[in-house]
Ligand binder design. Sequence first.
Ligand code: HEC
Length: 128
Amino acid sequence: MDRCWLWLAALVCLTDAPAGDPVAVTYEPSRFFRAQILPILEHRCYECHSEAEGQDDGGLVLDSRSGWEKGGDHGPAVVPKDLGKSPLVRAILSHDPGSLMPPDDPLPAIEIALLQTWVLLGAPDPRP
Ligand code: HEC
């Protein structure tokens, strides 16, 4: 799929123009996280990375902000605003079957674009 369209789709998810005012755009970090990012983590990652479910593969839990801040065996999973230094981003893009996340089940391109957008926005996460 064309990358420009993916970024556009991700940006459309961020925007919310009130009726009658097509120019005004509001972006609420915690709303973006809860609406766009949390469902991806819940459905694609918690199975193996959730403290609540007792799963911390690679030493990593993703069901709290402190979980990805502390990170796994290789340190913090996300470096806010830095795609290249964020192991989470490298893992979802990996061509190495041993590193790809979720294993054997690559994310759809739109979910990859949303997670990248989240990291670029500074990884807002209202959870403790
Ligand atoms: C089926 C289980 C499973 C699922 C689902 C899964 N992971 Fe993993 N993950 C693992 C395992 C196992 C490791 C450890 C791999 C290793 O050490 O070689 C790991 C390691 C990682 C690491 C590296 C942690 C470190 O510091 O070494 C990251 C980042 C990661 N996963 C992110 C994710 C993300 C993001 C998702 C969801 C999009 C996800 N994983 C879904 C099993 C899973």
